[in-house]
Design a protein. Structure first.
Length: 202
């Protein structure tokens, strides 16, 4: 039996409409990726630019998180490298500009992405209608349980049609990613300088 508080929380999450992340976040990519298994972040050599590696049943892909450009594709990785569960640390070999560098992959086989940034953004995944997951972004460093939707927190993704694989930030905090069994969605922002404020979220 759920408590009154749990019931109110569930109703709050169910009533919150899906809305884009606030400024300074901007959309980069919303692309279908059939059979997606997981994703992981890497840094472009010689820069502080985020790259995201996508692992699916049909191969591996590498995307630029600022432009959304696909940088490289491997349709037929070696069997021992094709999925992250082949090694104990859930990695796959990088490709393109990060070839030869192991990339940690979060998704179907385990692992996870960062759920906070150093300047106070927080990501939370809730399931008020399990097995469907909703991704919530909070801009005040806390959980979205006390402020109105659209002021301190935002329901940024609803995986009502596909299974959620991973959701989180890049290690730099500049990229926000949501991966499902069928899609990859990315948002980016400038390099963080200070914590988010209400002025930055309107």
């Amino acid at each position: 039996m759920i408590s009154r508080y749990q019931k109110q929380l569930r109703e709050k999450f169910l009533s919150a409409p899906e809305t884009p992340p606030p400024a300074p976040w901007r959309p980069v990519l919303d692309a279908p990726v059939g059979g997606l298994l997981g994703i992981g972040f890497a840094a472009a050599p010689g820069t502080d630019r985020d790259l995201v590696m996508v692992v699916s049943w049909s191969g591996h892909g590498l995307f630029d998180t600022v432009t959304g450009e696909k940088l490289d594709r491997d349709h037929d990785p070696a069997p021992e490298d094709s999925t992250p569960n082949a090694v104990p640390d859930l990695t796959c070999p990088g490709l393109g500009p990060v070839a030869g560098t192991p990339v940690s992959i979060a998704g179907l086989f385990g692992g996870g992405l960062h759920t906070t940034t150093r300047d106070g953004w927080t990501l939370e995944v809730v399931s008020p209608e399990w097995p469907h997951h909703r991704v919530l972004l909070s801009g005040d460093g806390g959980t979205p349980h006390s402020t109105p939707h659209g002021e301190g927190w935002w329901h940024v993704y609803d995986s009502r049609f596909s299974e959620l694989r991973a959701a989180g930030f890049s290690p730099s905090g500049r990229t926000l990613a949501v991966a499902t069994s069928s899609d990859l969605t990315l948002w980016t922002r400038p390099a963080p300088e200070a914590g988010p404020t209400n002025d930055a979220t309107t």
